[in-house]
Design a protein around this ligand. Structure first.
Ligand code: GDP
Length: 459
C-alpha cells in the first residue's frame, strides 16, 4: 500500500498543558528520524541498533539546542500497534515542547498524521479487523462502565469472532448446496435437507441474536433517554434536581477529581441515563395546552423509559387512573415508572393505595430517590449480559446484519421453494459479502475514510 511509505507523527495525548505528553511516530523512517534528534547520556549509543520493545532515556536536541529530556519507547515492525516501526516519545507536557517536537519531526521528514491514521495502518497491516479498529474509537469515547466493557470486548475481537463463526456456518451451508449442484443433474439423493435447515437455523439464530443486542448496545453507548412527565407542579423539576444533585455529590466525593458533570445525566449501575427536558402534562383545554401535551408526548417518543409523577396530595383517583393509563398507552412497550410525589405532606395514604404506584417519594426531602434509581436501573434489561457477550453497538454493523438477515430469509425461501442451487449460492455469497463489511474484508476507500475521519488525531 502506497501510504505506508510515509512516516507519520502526531501528539497522541490531548493538546495543552499536562505532566506528560506523548508524541507518536510510525513508518519506515520512524527510528531513523527519532535517532536524528535523540542524544543518549551514553556516548555513542544509537537507536538504529536498538532492539524492539525497548525504553530509552535521553535528550531531544535540535542541533545544539536542548529541547527536552524524554523517555522514548521503540517498537520494531511488525510488533507494534500499527505493525510498522513505531517510536513513542514521552515529553514534558508543555504546549511549547509539543509544538517544538512536532516541528522538529516534520523538519526531519515525518508528516503530520491524519485523524485515525495510526489505527488505519494497524487495520491495513492486518493487526486488527475493522470492527476492532472501530472499537478503539468507541473505547476512547466510552463514558460509562458498560460502554467501556462492550468496547473492550469488541476491541479484543468479540464481534470479529461472532462474524467469522457466522461466515463459517454459511460456508458449511454453501458446501452442502454445492454438493447438490455437482450431482443435481444425476438426480441423486445428495444433501440432507434436514441438515441444510439445521445449518440455516443456526445462522439465523446468531444473526437474530446480534441484531437484537443492538437495542441494548445503542442504549449503552448513547445513554438511556428518560422522560419525566406529569402535570404542572407535580414536582418534575424538583425530582430532576434531586437525581442530579445526588450524582454531583457522588462525583465530587471522588477526591481530587475535577470532572465536569454533564448537566442532565446520571450514572447508575455502569449505565448513563439522560433526562429529556419535559413540559407539564394536563388535559388539553385550549390550543396552548394542547401544544404542551404534544411536547410531552414527543418527549415520551424520544425516551426509552418514562417517569410519570403526580402530586399525591392533590388527586382525584379516577382522573389519575385515566392519566396513568393514557401515559402507558402512549408509552407502548416502553417501561413507565409511576411515582407518587410529595409524600412528606401526605397524611392519608388511602388515595394512592388504590393506584398502580411503583414508588412513593418526596422529591423535596430527597426521600425515596434511591428506590427510584433502583427501579430505573431495572427497566434496562441487562440480564444475562456478561463481560464476554457480544453486543452490537455500531450502527454500521447493525445495518450490515439487517442486510445479512434479508439474505438469509431469501436463502430459506429459495430452499423451501426448490430454487436452483446456483441461485441459492448467489444469496449465500451476498450474505458473506454483507458480513465481510463488518470485519472490513470487503470495504471501499470511502467507507474507510469515513470511519477513520471520526477518530482523533494521534489515534
Ligand atoms: P414541576 O412543575 O412539575 O416541574 O414542579 P416543580 O418541581 O417546580 O414543583 C412544584 C412545587 O412543588 C414547588 O413549589 C416544589 O417545591 C414543590 N414540591 C416538589 N416536590 C415536592 C415534595 O416532594 N414535597 C413537597 N412538599 N413539595 C414539593
Amino acid at each position: 500500500m502506497s501510504y505506508i511509505e510515509d512516516t507519520i507523527c502526531a501528539l497522541a495525548t490531548p493538546p495543552g498543558m499536562g505532566a506528560i505528553g506523548v508524541i507518536r511516530l510510525s513508518g519506515p523512517k520512524a527510528i531513523e528520524i527519532a535517532n536524528s534528534i535523540y542524544k543518549s547520556p551514553k556516548a555513542g549509543k544509537s537507536l538504529l541498533d536498538a532492539k524492539g520493545q525497548t525504553l530509552h532515556f535521553g535528550s531531544i536536541v535540535d542541533g545544539d539546542q536542548l529541547v527536552d529530556e524524554v523517555l522514548l519507547s521503540l517498537f520494531r515492525a511488525p510488533h507494534s500497534y500499527t505493525g510498522e516501526d513505531v517510536i513513542e516519545i514521552n515529553i514534558h507536557g508543555s504546549t511549547f515542547i509539543q509544538r517544538r517536537m512536532m516541528e522538529l519531526l516534520i523538519k526531519k521528514g515525518a508528516r503530520p498524521a491524519r485523524a485515525g491514521e495510526f489505527t488505519m495502518r494497524a487495520f491495513g497491516n492486518g493487526k486488527m479487523d475493522l470492527s476492532q479498529a472501530e472499537a478503539v474509537g468507541d473505547l476512547i469515547a466510552s463514558e460509562s462502565e458498560a460502554a467501556h466493557q462492550v468496547a473492550m470486548h469488541q476491541m479484543r475481537g468479540g464481534v470479529r469472532e461472532e462474524v467469522s463463526k457466522l461466515r463459517q456456518e454459511l460456508i458449511d451451508f454453501a458446501s452442502m448446496i454445492e454438493l447438490e449442484l455437482d450431482f443435481g443433474e444425476e438426480d441423486v439423493e445428495f444433501a440432507d435437507r434436514d441438515r441444510l435447515h439445521e445449518l440455516l437455523d443456526a445462522v439465523q439464530k446468531t444473526v437474530v441474536r446480534l441484531i437484537g443486542s443492538f437495542t441494548l448496545g445503542n442504549a449503552i453507548v448513547e445513554g438511556i433517554p428518560v422522560a419525566i412527565v406529569g402535570a404542572p407542579n407535580a414536582g418534575k423539576s424538583t425530582l430532576l434536581n434531586a437525581l442530579l444533585q445526588e450524582e454531583r455529590a457522588i462525583v465530587s466525593d471522588i477526591a481530587g477529581t475535577t470532572r465536569d458533570t454533564v448537566e442532565d445525566e446520571i450514572h447508575l449501575g455502569g449505565l448513563t441515563f439522560r433526562f429529556i427536558d419535559t413540559a407539564g402534562l394536563r388535559e388539553a383545554t385550549d390550543e396552548i395546552e394542547r401544544i404542551g401535551i404534544e411536547r410531552s408526548y414527543a418527549k415520551i417518543e424520544q425516551a426509552k423509559v418514562v417517569l410519570y409523577l403526580f402530586d399525591s396530595n392533590d388527586i382525584d383517583t379516577t382522573e389519575e387512573l385515566n392519566r396513568i393509563d393514557a401515559i402507558k398507552a402512549k408509552a407502548g412497550n416502553k417501561p413507565v415508572v409511576v411515582i407518587a410525589n410529595k409524600t412528606d405532606k401526605l397524611s392519608e395514604t388511602d388515595v394512592i393505595d388504590s393506584l398502580p404506584v411503583d414508588v412513593r417519594l418526596s422529591a423535596k426531602e430527597k426521600s425515596g430517590i434511591e428506590e427510584l434509581e433502583e427501579l430505573l436501573l431495572e427497566t434496562v434489561d441487562m440480564k444475562g449480559l456478561n463481560a464476554n457477550d457480544t453486543v452490537i453497538t455500531n450502527a454500521r454493523h447493525y445495518e450490515a446484519l439487517l442486510r445479512t438477515q434479508e439474505d438469509v430469509d431469501r436463502i430459506r425461501t429459495g430452499l423451501n421453494t426448490g430454487l436452483s442451487g446456483d441461485l441459492v449460492a448467489f444469496d449465500i455469497r451476498q450474505a458473506l459479502a454483507h458480513l465481510g463489511e463488518i470485519t472490513g474484508e470487503i470495504t471501499t476507500d470511502d467507507l474507510l475514510g469515513n470511519i477513520f475521519a471520526n477518530f482523533c488525531i494521534g489515534k
